[in-house]
Design a binder for this molecule. Structure first.
Ligand SMILES: [Zn+2]
Length: 327
């Protein structure tokens, strides 16, 4: 592992303490209903949420978390970012605490994994394999995977240990991201902290030679569509699951923390190579999502990262969804 150093995301508390703190904070729900559904025993500290969208069950899991330094958010000074995070008790000594969330879509016949976490490359991560095992899902049983964009924290779990982690999965990645992240000239021009994403992208195309480079918006299975969210990376995509009049839109890195987004669209993230394009997409997407009242799942928002963008006076804000296990 190279550039996104563990030092930068140093673990400041023992894991057990943090798990306890998370439970006290109410951010984590005990997965009893899900355990009953799958008949599997689930570890006591495993965060898990499920939503039913028509015939689909979407299970939300987390590979872990990291504290993002306050100077990783261009558009404001580090002091302003810290002050904004502090209003929501999210200013930690090392930065803004964010989670890494993944989604397992199950329509009763096929299992599709959306993103796969940093798998230990960043912060305190690497929990996705045990989370999947705890709900009885083997890597072999996953039929497809979607990489929403080729930053290391969304795809390293697919190639951890230098091997193809999902042997039977069809893999979908947007063509623009494949082109960008496998281009040696782009790698050479990029800052060091992006090299781990270029290197992981190289692993991904090598280990999944059957990878499908998708082109824009399309339905990849009945009720599952890719949505163009270009900006954060050239080929960032969202995933919309739709059935029976309900829908869920997984929006990847459109938002990082509710103290920053959607209240502002001009706060960026240091890993965005085209800040203007990233901001333009946020400026388009946030008000549109508020108008639609769309149920959204966002990778880095506080677990499970399910909610809506709503208008509150003149401002936009994040309204966490009230979610419940459903049969
Ligand atoms: Zn991300």
């Amino acid at each position: 592992m190279t550039t996104m150093s563990r030092r930068a995301f140093a673990l400041s508390l023992p894991a057990a303490t943090l798990a306890g703190a998370a439970l006290v904070g109410g951010a984590v729900e005990w997965p009893r209903a899900a355990a009953a559904r799958t008949g599997a025993a689930v570890g006591a500290v495993l965060p898990l949420a499920q939503v039913e969208i028509g015939r689909f069950t979407v299970t939300i899991l987390s590979d872990g978390w990291a504290d993002m330094p306050f100077n990783y958010f261009p558009g404001r000074t580090p002091e302003q970012i810290e002050a904004a995070a502090a209003t929501q008790f999210a200013a930690r000594p090392e930065g803004v605490r964010i989670v890494f969330t993944q989604y397992l879509i199950d329509d009763g016949e096929r299992r599709i994994l959306v993103d796969s976490g940093p798998a230990g490359a960043i912060g305190d991560t690497g929990r996705l394999p045990s989370a999947l095992a705890a709900i009885g899902v083997t890597p072999e049983s996953i039929d497809a995977a979607i990489v929403t964009h080729m930053h290391v924290d969304h795809m390293r779990g697919l190639v951890a240990g230098g091997r193809r982690v999902l042997p039977n999965a069809e893999l979908y990645v947007d063509r623009r991201d494949v082109a960008h992240w496998t281009d040696p000239a782009k790698r050479a021009a990029a800052p060091d902290f992006l090299h781990s994403s270029f290197d992981t992208a190289a692993d991904l195309v090598r280990l999944y030679p059957d990878l499908q480079a998708t082109d824009g918006e399309r339905e990849i299975a009945r009720g599952i569509s890719l949505v163009d969210l270009t900006g954060h990376t050239p080929g960032q995509i969202g995933v919309r699951v739709e059935d029976d009049g309900r829908s869920l839109l997984m929006v990847s890195d459109m938002m990082f923390h509710p103290s920053l987004h959607p209240v502002a669209d001009d706060i960026g993230f240091i890993f965005e190579q085209d800040p203007a394009a990233a901001q333009a997409m946020r400026a388009r997407f946030f008000p549109r999502a508020a108008e639609e009242g769309a149920l959204i799942a966002a990778t880095h928002m506080p677990f499970p990262g399910l909610g809506r963008i709503v208008r509150d006076g003149g401002a936009l804000r994040w309204l966490p969804a009230e979610w419940a296990f459903q049969s």
